[in-house]
Design a protein around this ligand. Sequence first.
Ligand code: CP3
Length: 376
Amino acid sequence: MTTPGPLADEPTQQTDLDYPLLDATHPLNGSVGRSAPLIAAALRRPVAHTPVWFMRQAGRSLPEYRKVREGVPMLESCFRTDLVTEITLQPVRRYGVDAAIFFSDIVVPLKAIGVNLDIAPGVGPVVAEPFRRETDVARLRALDEADVLPITAAVRDLVVELGPTPLIGFAGAPFTLASYLIEGGPSRDHAQTKALMYGQPAVWHALLGALADIAGQYLRLQVLAGASAVQLFDSWVGALAPRDYREYVMPHSTRALSHVADLRVPRIHFGVGTGELLADMRDVGTDVVGVDFRVPLSEAARRVGPNHSVQGNLDPAILFADIETVETQVRRVLDDARGLPGHIFNLGHGVLPATNPDVLARVVELVHENEQHAQP
Ligand code: CP3
């Protein structure tokens, strides 16, 4: 006779949960935690196929995105629960990718605490009064749950719609956020940013410390609302030498990710041109190191060692070549990752706006077909 007991899927106590600090209804405590290839690859567990998603898959190249965004400014769309939900789902419906990336922008939490900034079409974030002096640090304050209610509402709606597909939450890392605040907009050389970093280190550390807590709190709110992984984007930190990364950036990126460490959610950390920084970026509390297209995945894996997964790294420009070339290059990335303990297929940077969505659909198909690349 069998003894009546709790159903396997219904833990009786919080402590029975795989992720005890997250709700029983959180996707990580359900099918996402048990079987999503993205989570398995991030934790270097066996997977049925290599998971794939694309940075900037939401928005940009999709005609259905341009349609729903008609007449709605970018930042306004980021604070509209219905639009965030719809735009985040669009690439999942179209491509069958293994993860949704939350539709938002790295400057959204700064806007939410009252920083006067905008996202200019074709330009990126622009800040009305750049941050250059000690007194500017006081223009930042802690991010509170109440500042981002339409956003956490979208996360809650999304995880219901997504079912077994994980939602990746994200934030900008302190350096990349600081570069926009200090420059006042996008910059190639980061001259003002570096001038402040080297010339006024106390102001620098105060600014990055505040940004670390804002970014970390933003990640935490997304995870508590239902995100199953987080990505910290330090897009422009490749502008620094390793020694300066360690002194001026690493403590702050570590602090940002420490805000979600107890939740045990997989943490992905990515930057462009960061080949020389990969081991340091691993050490800020990362599970998965994102790799741009300049470093082969096998070499990246050698640099980060066997206890971390890698994500990447097809050059997004390759998607503009003929389809046979695209297929060859996708196979090259898969071959390069063969035998690694954990690989998440992605581009080496975001989807370019003029990318043909049919090509991305073919990439997903190819990655999924390659079962021989299933990780150990
Ligand atoms: O990945 C996704 O699909 C989710 C959405 C997302 C956006 N921005 C939407 C967006 C994500 C993850 C970001 C992060 C982001 N924003 C980063 C880090 C990632 C990276 O690519 O390195 C950075 C550096 C930014 C700052 C930013 N915002 C830039 C450089 C731009 C591009 C300006 C342009 O138009 O060329 C933006 C605007 C932006 N963010 C758009 C989207 C869809 C385009 C705005 C529009 O469609 O009007």
